[in-house]
Design a protein. Structure first.
Length: 148
């Protein structure tokens, strides 16, 4: 499949899933948060953005979310440690997680998966790769929800 056709297929899949999908982005860097939420809103996702882990936990206690995107660097410190702390309450079956990081090292990727992430994206990223990962994780979440 050529890149243009692949991009259209990803966008079509995303639009089909988007009308019901709520995404929470935990990103302290305002430029990255704005670019990411703008891109995903264009695809029809219901986006909410918070800048810290504590704001995210408060949001999760009051709202249903289909996907969590969080950075490895949060105001509280290590975003992966934060993810480990919330996983007992918000398990992977009910809340898939995509981790953003500037760090491409295999050790950090490994730590992200061990912390409970289902995928990892190095920033800055190609918007098409973001779309593909979000679509895949939302499909994964939908299939988990239907299997309950």
């Amino acid at each position: 499949m050529n890149p243009s056709a692949r991009s259209k297929a990803v966008a079509d899949n995303a639009m089909n899933a988007a009308h019901l999908s709520r995404i929470l982005l935990v990103e302290p860097e305002s430029i990255l948060a704005d670019l990411t939420s703008f891109r995903l809103e264009l695809l029809g996702y219901d986006m909410s953005v918070v800048g810290s882990g504590s704001e995210a936990v408060d949001y999760l206690h009051h709202h249903s979310v289909d996907l969590l995107i969080c950075d490895t660097k949060l105001p509280e410190g290590d975003g992966l440690e934060w993810l480990i702390q919330i996983r007992p309450e918000f398990d992977a079956t009910n809340l898939p997680v995509l981790v953003f990081s500037l760090d491409p090292s295999l050790e950090t990727v490994r730590r992200a998966y061990l912390a409970g992430a289902q995928d990892y994206l190095i920033t800055p990223f190609d918007p098409t790769v973001l779309e593909e990962k979000v679509d895949r994780l939302l499909q994964l979440g939908m299939s988990s929800a239907s299997g309950r």
